[in-house]
Design a protein around this ligand. Structure first.
Ligand code: NAI
Ligand code: MG
Length: 509
């Protein structure tokens, strides 16, 4: 904690807010909002970035066929960081050809034990350069350094470690089925967890003996290109992993390339539907990890302070740029008042601003377009008649920022409740019975995740068996581990990533 607040520990704050449930007896958490934290910026002196990045094809960085480049900016400052190559169909074709050759000549013939060593080496190299990755992730995407340092980068390394372990044990994962690789995997990832999504996609593909053409999102290509540098240094045979940058057109060229045997996509439901149509009848396998509209369900026997932290973690940290974000709160009537009061108080203490500052809770919205979309939804919420509450923080004058936002008095039919916003906007509803909670939680087009807060184990098991959600967290939220599968129901997509389940989309018999 910074010097200005060093005299009071965070547990003091907690004990003050939990000492009583009566409003008058509790010093409001907003009391602390006037504290100023001494800036604690992470240094960016040690990072090495080029002014211009080419495409990583067949083990080399090459200029794009189109000769076109686009800027990637820092969304917290709106300053240009570097130029990124815009790959066209010819570049994608070169990447897929390199991947197909590497598959046929080297990678699928290599014993799992040898493949494993390369994947393990990549994991170690990510760890060695963890600080550099974290800083670049935050500069390019806007997420707080605390998150990229403590979540994105360690989890990315762990995914490579975990799948390195599977590479020589596929016969145990699928006994008596003789698993074989599919060939070339075309992988398209979004901007909310750029390095982590690259790891989720590349690690299991390589472990199962496939080669890869990966496209990062246009606003956050840098950590994938840094990963390409590591892959080159690791000595991974040329063509096993190819990284092509560009926009939706580049992604579509990967999806439609006849040499691609499997498509793995994480992003919007709209693009997921386009991809599903495009590959219909081609025999290409696919996993689609799409949007979400998760409910955090707080029962009246829940540990209230823990639940409030879980709600805050679920929707406000990482600016709500999380497909499994807890963007809805369903709170049982008996505790609605206290939960909402504590939530508002907690929102007042959230620090919005410079993502590179280690104290920051909420960084920059990833792009101008995304901020526009979030602000449109805030207007929609107001027009639908919901009650708006925003923290009283001041936003930086430059960059794309959004205040943590709460909507009360929402109803199930509101667009706020039904549609994915992908920003720090929480829609609150109340319920009386378990049945009503299940009904409301499930009555949306998505089914990616949910959170349940209660003291009763039996209630947790009853709820989880009735929730149409791929992941249900109990008395916690947004916990990830490479050994645990992740994926959705309904319009949240299909297929699972992570764990043993995450191998299945990359093998055939
Ligand atoms: P998007 O779905 O357009 O972008 C995701 C990736 O797909 C990017 O790499 C993009 O270049 C690529 N892409 C775009 N069009 C494509 C096409 N026709 N064929 C193949 N690849 C294509 O998402 P966008 O526009 O950045 O965000 C819009 C909304 O999508 C967000 O507001 C949010 O609601 C949702 N979203 C969900 C994510 C998730 O993790 N489930 C991640 C990012 C966005
Ligand atoms: Mg950027």
């Amino acid at each position: 904690m910074a010097a200005a607040v060093a005299a009071t520990t965070s547990s003091d704050i907690n004990s003050m807010s939990t000492s009583s449930t009566k409003r008058s007896a509790v010093p409001s958490l907003s009391f602390f909002k006037d504290w100023t934290y001494v800036p604690a910026p992470e240094s960016s002196d040690h990072i090495h970035l080029k002014d211009q990045y080419g495409l990583f094809i067949n083990g080399e960085f090459v200029r794009p066929h189109s000769k076109r480049y686009f800027d990637t900016i820092n969304p917290a400052t709106e300053k240009k960081i570097a130029e990124i190559a815009d790959a066209d169909e010819k570049d994608v074709d070169a990447a897929v050809t390199a991947a197909a050759n590497a598959s046929a000549k080297i990678w699928k013939r290599m014993p799992g034990k040898e493949r494993s060593k390369y994947i393990y080496r990549i994991a170690r190299m990510i760890q060695e350069r963890a600080r550099e990755f974290a800083v670049i992730e935050t500069m390019d995407g806007g997420k707080p350094i605390r998150e990229s340092r403590d979540v994105d980068v360690p989890l990315a390394a762990n995914h490579f470690f975990y799948y390195a372990g599977w590479a020589d044990k596929l016969d145990y994962a699928f006994p008596n089925r003789r698993p074989q690789p599919l060939g070339v995997a075309g992988q398209i990832i979004p901007w909310n967890f750029p390095l982590l999504m690259a790891a989720w996609k590349i690690a299991p593909a390589l472990a199962c003996g496939n080669t890869v053409v990966l496209k990062p999102a246009e606003t956050t290509s840098l950590t994938a290109l840094k990963l390409a540098e590591i892959i080159q240094e690791s000595g991974l045979p040329a063509g096993v992993v190819n990284i092509v940058t560009g926009f939706g057109k580049t992604g579509a060229a990967i999806v439609n390339h006849p040499g691609v045997n499997k498509v793995a996509f994480t992003g919007s439901t709209d693009v997921g539907k386009i991809i599903q149509k495009a590959i219909a009848g081609t025999g290409k396998k696919a996993t689609l990890e799409l949007g979400g509209k998760a409910a955090n369900i707080v029962f009246d026997d829940a540990p209230i302070d823990q639940a409030v932290e879980g709600i805050v973690n679920g929707i406000f940290f990482n600016q709500g740029h999380v497909c499994c974000a807890g963007s809805r709160l369903l709170v049982q009537e008996g505790v609605a008042e206290i939960v909402i009061r504590k939530l508002k108080d907690r929102m007042e203490t959230l620090i919005v601003g410079d993502p590179m500052d280690k104290n920051t809770d909420i960084g920059a919205i990833n792009s101008k377009e995304q901020l526009k979309k979030i602000n449109e939804y805030i207007s929609i919420g107001v027009n639908e008649g919901a009650e708006l509450y925003q923290s009283s923080c001041t936003l930086p004058s430059k960059g794309f920022f959004c205040k943590p936002t709460l909507f009360l008095n929402t109803s199930q039919s509101h667009r706020l409740v039904q549609e994915e916003i992908f920003g720090p906007v929480l829609a609150v509803q109340t319920f009386r019975t378990v049945e009503e909670a299940i009904e409301k939680a499930n009555n949306i087009p998505y089914g990616l995740s949910a959170g349940i807060w209660t003291d009763k184990g039996s209630k947790i098991f009853n709820m989880t068996s009735k929730m149409r959600a791929g992941v249900v967290w109990a008395n916690t939220y947004n916990k990830f581990d490479p050994t645990s599968p992740f994926g959705g129901y309904k319009e949240s997509g299909y297929g699972r990533e992570g764990g043993l389940h995450g191998l299945l989309p990359y093998v055939q018999w």
